[in-house]
Design a protein around this ligand. Sequence first.
Ligand SMILES: Nc1ncnc2c1ncn2[C@@H]1O[C@H](COP(=O)(O)OP(=O)(O)OP(=O)(O)O)[C@@H](O)[C@H]1O
Length: 931
Amino acid sequence: MEDPCGIVPFRDNRVASRKAEEAGLRRYRAAGWLESMVGPLEIPPQPSEAEFVSRLRNGLVLCNLINKIQPGAVPRVINNHSHRLTLEAQPPPAYQYFENIRNFLVAVGELKLPAFEASDLERDTLESGSTSKIVDCILSLKSFHEWKMYSGGNGSCKFPKSPVVLNSSGKFFSHVTSSRSELCGRLGMPTGSKNQETNNEALLIKTLCERVFSSKENIDQNILSSLLSGVSVLPKCLFIQLLHCSWCLGNVNCNHGQILEAQEKELGGMKVLLSKMRTDVLSFHSQLQSDLTQLGSQVQGLSVSALGYSRAMKENRSLYNMLQDLKGSIRVYCRIRPGFDSEVESSIEFTGDDGSLRIADPSKPKDPQKIFQFNKVFPGTATQEEVYRDTQPLIRSVMDGYNVCIFAYGQTGSGKTHTMFGRSDACGADLGINYRALNDLFEISCSRSDAIKYEVRVQMVEIYNDQVRDLLGDDSSSTIEIRSCSGNGGLSLPDAALHAVKYPEDVRRLMRLGESNRVLCSTAINQRSSRSHSVLTVHVHGEEISGGAIYGRLHLVDLAGSERVDKSEVTGERLKEAQHINRSLSCLGDVMAALGQKNSHVPYRNCKLTQLLQDSLGGQAKTLMFAHVSPEADSYEETISTLRFAQRVSRVELGSATRNRESNEVRKLREQVEDLKKAMAAGRRGDVQRSEATTPPCAGQMSSGNRQAADETPNLASKSLTKQTPLRSRRLSLEGGVSHGRNPLPQARVSELTFLLQIRSSIPGPPSEEGQRPLPEEVCFSSQSRIPRLENGSRSTLQARTPEFSRNMAAETLEADGGLSWGQPRSRVKDVGSRGSQIRKSLQTFGRLINGDNRRSPRSIAFDRHLLRRNHHQNPPEKPSPVSRRQSLVSLPTPGARASRRSSLGGNPVPAETTSRRQSVGRCLCHPPDS
Ligand SMILES: Nc1ncnc2c1ncn2[C@@H]1O[C@H](COP(=O)(O)OP(=O)(O)OP(=O)(O)O)[C@@H](O)[C@H]1O
């Protein structure tokens, strides 16, 4: 099947058949054109060479043709009208048509068109391709005609003389003819009449040829791309044909065979190139595939690593926070206030998500940048909500029974009040930590109401010129004192108004009241500068359904800002305020420094601020500091100073926070101890009553306190308690660590009691029945872990105690327990001050718990006897021993032959002479001497 573009397929490698094919195509085209010019030739549309030549032999057709193209080119045409041009007819006489042929060839020659030999028309045997010159001549005429039509005969005809050109043009023309209308339309040429189309054809050919010529210079480099970009509207086959033309045009003298060979060669090269390219593309494709696969796996690996990294970072951070919490480190968040003026240079270079902050002084570009690291850094764009989100867990722990302190620190105007309270007209998104915290506490309280009943109470004070003033009281100008929490039900400011709040509205109302009472004034740096430190304290008390109780306290502190008086331009009263503010902040710095260095002395009492925050800074509270900085370059010095302070604070370790929770068990134990105390008192009263039954009471022999205790304690309680808790089994449980009673003591309590017992039993008193006891120093020291921590380094006092100290303690215990007095040791015990008295009290209580009312172990009785003997020895008769003094005071008889009450109660017969003096004393405190 013929190619629709009229192009001989390049894949046919047989040159001869290709030549024949091309010759045939040219012939058909020449015949077609002849018919269109001179009328029907009565030959088939695709005539053979013989058929074609037979119609031209008489020269009549050719002469008519040339006369039509160039009128008058053959002035005289011999026309034999009688002769019909048929294959069957006899050929006309030779002279007739020879004349015509000769005239035609002359005319062709005058037109400088390719001609042929007259003999070419006379050959009887036509070899394949022998008519090519005739065909070329006719097609040259066709091209000439077309040129004439196009240019009107002006200029020189650049008609290509090469037969190949003619051939190619013919093919091209054929294609153009076939898609003429379409191409003209695409090139924007008018279509319609035949004449118009013919003109268009010529124009089209010219345009395309020019394109090809213009691209000829680059033909070797990038021929196809040039052509494609030039005439992209045409089909690809047409470009190839044009390319072909361009080669031919470059070498006018080349013949068809050479061109074909060149084409073949080129084609071969291109094929090689193509296959090479195909191989390259394939290898590139496979390489790309493998690269993509590799890249995919790498990306996957990276994403897994990134996930792992972020998880590890998260874990790391939470572990770090846990460690910080365990160490009791103060958390430090840094918040940067947004700049007020975008044109003012900022000293903040970088804020990192990991809590890093880099600052530099813009006025000194050569100075190195300074890097700080905090738990978190909030840039100027951070919202109140974001800031609170990171604070929330801490606030929530108040509801779990922790003490929490959050304080805002920084230079004046850096945004402390904004963080803690929000703007003065704050609502919704602008609310500060204080409001949000209380809202949160209410929410938690509601959500836990099934298990815990919370009570929230609020106090708000300010420290102005180192004086504490109640902001919620009736008179906010009067000052109040800071007291110890322990003696005031956990309140360090018992005199400040304490408001119970149930709803967030209550809080808002109170805080507005407090804020309005606070001293504010305008300075050169801040329009509403706080001239005092404000402390909002929230007390949370929770009663668990299970019987336990928790207590949490939250201090929300908005410190007044440190200021350089030269900058704030304050004078008079304001100057005094500024000096107080700066002094108290400097005291806070001293406290932090002492805590950071773990000094034994921390100067809390140097100012009211540190005194009030003592529990939060020195106790086991969770503490968070907001270090505020202003970004402006002219605040650089203050910024540096704030950040350095914050860095120091972040290194302070306060010890892990402790939870203020009293479990039900502890509560019960406490109540039990209370009951036991009452029972003891009641037991004594019973003794007194019994004694009174036998002996008339002796006024003055019973202390008023004892008398009161005895009176207050109901007999019933004594009876019921004695019934509930057999003394013997309690003692066993304490000594042996085995619980037999109905209310077993917890192990911790047992350890504590055991320790106290050890102190008591370690006293190197008299040799017991078993013999001399060694000094149990190791027992004392090994029990240090159970030594209660007391104020003013009492632990170290205890650690350094000697056996003598233990002796004194024991003696003191004995004295307290039963009224025994011991001159010298008593004074020694006094030396240890209030610690001794605390231990004494404990020993007294536990001694009673352990021994029952007046029961004594034989060993302690023997020990007491030894003490007496020794006392007697140490205190000669002229200097009466304390015991003797006491005896004389209470008119005690000398230990007589009476059997001890304990022995009779305990059921163990004790010889009268071994009866302890303590017992006697104990009894004699209540009983008058036997008369
Ligand atoms: N994060 C912030 N976003 C928007 N405005 C802020 C921010 N921080 C502070 N401001 C504004 O900056 C001004 C000063 O803030 P603020 O009064 O809170 O400073 P301060 O540190 O409490 O000062 P002073 O110690 O003098 O009381 C206020 O007008 C406040 O609204």
